[in-house]
Each structure stands twice: as structure tokens, then as C-alpha cells.
Design a protein. Structure first.
Length: 186
């Protein structure tokens, strides 16, 4: 490994730490965090490419190429079905009990993420992702937050079934940011 690749691996671990210690609603941690080894990144990129071809989603194919070219990847997911217990109605339900009942209903349609989700848990996920990418930026590691990579990670079973939403953050340390000037695709 090059010094840059070693540094990226260290920063990925620091990103996981930043996500874990980010503030959480009611102080309850519902995050699941993974740092992928290169071989697992290849599996993730391959699955994302397959999903892109199967579903004719161009940006999945573009993002799969970015994952393949990356030096590291941090995955951050959340158990969004864990109600915060404050009856805020942010999820669209009158009470957390109604929300919890709705999360137990079986859905027939396969979707990238599972819902409904507790708005506080989704906020926790956003803050954790923000803390992680801030850590990458502080250490000059190029990164991009990928919805698509999270879809592939869930599809591969890299997270528990209770983990309803996942984001991937691929990392790169090269002379040119591989996540910049990417071709747009639909």
C-alpha cells in the first residue's frame, strides 16, 4: 500500500469515530457503521453496477465506477424504525405507537430503503454522515456521499435488517478528485 492508501485507511477509521460520537436524539445510538476493505468495495461496486443495469439507472453505473476507483469506503446506516418516543409526528403518524405499528406492516414491493422512518433517527444519520465527511475534509481525503452505494450495501446484506437507510462514503487520495467533474447520468 502507498502512504496515501494507508492514510485513507486511518482517516476512514477516524470518520467512523466521528459518526459514532456525533450527537444523537435522546442520546440513543441507532447507527450501524462499517469501514470496507478493498475486496468488499469491489463486491459493493459490482453489485451497484448490476443494480444499475437491472433497473436502468445511469447514476448507479457512474457511482459504481467511482467505488471501484476509490481507496476506501465508509458505510453509515440507521435503524430508522426505532421510534424516539416523543410523539413529534415528524414521521407522519400521530404517535410513536402508530409509527411503530406501521413499521411492522409487511411490504410487498422491494424498495431501496425501508420505511417509514423516525425523523429523529434520520436526523441522527444526517448529522453522523456530516461529521464523517467533515473528518475526511479536515484530512484532505476526497469523498462523496452516495445514496446508491447505500442501496447496494443493504442489498448485499452488509447491515442488519433493522437498518432501514444506508449511505456510502467512498474515499480517494489522488492528484485529481475522482468525484469531481463526473459525467451526469440519469
Amino acid at each position: 500500500m502507498t502512504p496515501e492508501q494507508n492514510a485513507v485507511a486511518t482517516v476512514a477509521e477516524l470518520m467512523a469515530l466521528a459518526a459514532r460520537t456525533a450527537p444523537k436524539g435522546r442520546g440513543i445510538d441507532t447507527l450501524e457503521i462499517r469501514v470496507l476493505a478493498k475486496k468488499d468495495m469491489k463486491k459493493l461496486a459490482t453489485r451497484l453496477e448490476q443494480l444499475g443495469n437491472e433497473q436502468n439507472i445511469g447514476f448507479y453505473l457512474r457511482d459504481a465506477k467511482n467505488l471501484s476507483a476509490s481507496d476506501g469506503c465508509v458505510l453509515i446506516g440507521c435503524r430508522g424504525g426505532d421510534a424516539a418516543g416523543i410523539n413529534c409526528t415528524g414521521c407522519g403518524y400521530a404517535t410513536c405507537a402508530d409509527f411503530t405499528k406501521a413499521t411492522k406492516k409487511k411490504t410487498v414491493k422491494v424498495t431501496p430503503f425501508t420505511g417509514p422512518n423516525c425523523i429523529l433517527r434520520m436526523t441522527d444519520l444526517g448529522i453522523a454522515v456530516g461529521s464523517a465527511v467533515k473528518t475526511a475534509q479536515i484530512h484532505n481525503v476526497d469523498n462523496r456521499v452516495l445514496y446508491s452505494g447505500g442501496v447496494a450495501a443493504r442489498d448485499l446484506g452488509l447491515f442488519s435488517k433493522e437498518c432501514t437507510v444506508v449511505y456510502a462514503i467512498p474515499l480517494s487520495a489522488t492528484g485529481k478528485n475522482i468525484f469531481f467533474d463526473r459525467p451526469s447520468s440519469h
